[in-house]
Write a protein that binds this ligand. Structure first.
Ligand code: ADP
Length: 468
């Protein structure tokens, strides 16, 4: 089941699309993350720069240490407004001594004087990202022309959390699209190819049943599959025409052959009844009669099939005991099955009153029993069962013969069809075709249940005709 799904066209198409989507989403995700990170860092840098400019313009460092208290208060306010470990602001002497600062008690382990070791100018800012008290900080440093160093740091924790949260949201959105798109694509794919499945199923059915009257129902759901179904239906129509023409030609030939062959047989018979014939002449006349009988038998079956198929067969309606008929009919084959040492089992009621045409039952019974014996191996088994089924007569003939391949089980009911393995046996491939035609002509059926290597069971079902 899973293997079948994995090999299906919608699955493969979808898998390809998902792969492309995954690659595309990966690229989009990468550039999105990069852009977002840059944007958030840029916003933070802008904020720090604004703070730095505002502090340097608010306080005149040339007045130090006179205004040191006011500077210290402003720094403390700044620190409080951003909470614990949110931000810091510090003013250092050019030797690294802290002159004023926001509350630095949470940054206790950091040595702010280290900044004096770095290259500072009074014309540009120094940008750094530092790890302070276990948290990332973006830090801006500026050395005022008066020599003092001003440093402002802002925690990047919030920015990083915002970045991670947006990344997560974006990944969830991409994943949801992937899941919904994947399942949706699979469902739509299967719906779109439903028509293709219908065409395939119908084609398989026609192949198994050999019924050329079947057609693929349209519309199938999509333009392409409609076109395919239309082409297939047109092809079936053409094949059906050809087969009908072939049958028509065959029936005509059969008709035309019957008269001269019957005449030829008559001549041979006349010749045989004449006097002064040598042994050789008698042998040849006998062979001619035998060959003529075979041809006439074949021709007659062909014509009978056509008559049954076209509704020209007129069944009689007689009251008979089907059980006696089956037993008597089978008895005729006793010498043949005994010569092959076949065990025959009967399951037949003492009597089985039935209304119908006895010729039909006789012909089908002898065909089925003849086949069972013919295809059964030496020492094999045959069972013949007669019973009542829903007010119909059911006759089943089973054998332990070679069985018939599933693909051939409907074909054996077609005219002249013979399985490859049966070609060595005598026969013409018309028996089963004839049996099914006459069974169906009276509203009955002939079915086959077989397994290769195990045997076959042919079941004839005939409705009980009403007494007239
Ligand atoms: P045939 O004259 O060839 O027996 P049928 O129409 O009676 O013609 O049967 C058609 C084909 O079906 C046979 O050629 C044989 O291949 C197959 N067949 C019929 N009956 C049996 C059976 N009992 N076991 C196996 N194959 C069978």
């Amino acid at each position: 089941m899973i293997r079948r799904l994995a090999r299906s066209l919608p699955f493969r198409l979808n898998a390809g699309l998902i792969l492309i989507y995954l690659c595309a989403s990966g690229v989009v995700f990468y550039f999105f993350s990069l852009g977002l990170n840059r944007y958030l860092n840029h916003r933070l840098d802008e904020y720090l720069e604004t703070e730095m400019l505002s502090v340097t313009s608010d306080h005149d460092f040339s007045m130090l240490p006179g205004n040191l208290e006011a500077v210290g208060q402003a720094f403390t306010r700044f620190g409080h407004s951003h909470g614990t470990l949110g931000a810091f602001m510090v003013l250092l002497s050019e030797h690294g001594d802290i002159l004023a600062s926001s509350d630095l008690k949470y940054f206790g382990d950091h040595d702010f004087s280290l900044i004096t070791q770095k290259q500072l100018t009074s014309t540009s800012f120094l940008w750094e990202t530092l790890e302070l008290s276990g948290q990332p900080f973006r830090v801006i440093t500026y050395q005022a022309p008066e020599g003092v160093i001003l440093q402002i740091g802002f925690s990047m924790q919030e920015t990083r959390e915002l970045y991670a949260s947006m990344q997560k949201q974006f990944a969830i959105a991409l994943f949801s699209i992937l899941v919904v798109g994947g399942f949706g694509g699979l469902i739509f794919g299967f719906l779109a190819l439903k028509g293709l499945g219908q065409v395939r199923e119908k084609a398989q059915l026609i192949r198994m049943r050999g019924d050329l009257n079947e057609r693929v129902p349209t519309p199938t759901g999509s333009l392409e599959t409609d076109e395919l179904a239309g082409t297939m239906n047109a092809m079936l129509e053409r094949i059906q025409d050809l087969v009908e023409n072939l049958n028509y030609v065959m029936d005509n030939i059969a008709h035309d052959i019957r008269t001269p062959v019957t005449r030829m047989r008559g001549h041979a018979e006349m010749h045989l009844s004449g006097k002064n014939l040598s042994d050789r002449e008698m042998e040849i006349a006998g062979q001619v009669i035998e060959e003529c009988d075979q041809i006439l038998n074949l021709v007659n079956i062909l014509l009978e099939i056509t008559a049954a198929d076209s509704g020209l067969f007129q069944p009689s309606n007689q009251e008979i005991d089907a059980a006696t008929m089956v037993r008597d009919g089978c008895e005729l084959f006793e010498p043949v099955w005994e010569s092959k040492e076949i065990q025959v089992a009967f399951e037949c009621p003492d009597s089985f009153p039935w209304f119908g045409d006895p010729r039909i039952l006789q012909r089908i019974l002898s065909n089925l029993v003849d086949n069972a014996i013919k295809y059964c191996p030496h020492g094999g088994k045959i069972s013949i069962e007669l019973k009542d089924k829903d007010d119909a007569l059911l006759l089943c003939v089973s054998d332990s013969g070679p069985g018939i391949d599933i693909h051939e089980q409907e074909l054996v009911f077609q005219r002249f069809y013979r399985c490859q393995a049966a070609r060595t046996q005598k026969g013409n491939g018309l028996g089963l075709s004839f049996c099914r035609s006459i069974a169906e002509a009276v509203g009955g059926s002939l079915s086959l249940d077989s397994e290769l290597g195990k045997g076959s069971t042919f079941c004839l079902e005939l409705p009980k005709a009403t007494k007239t």
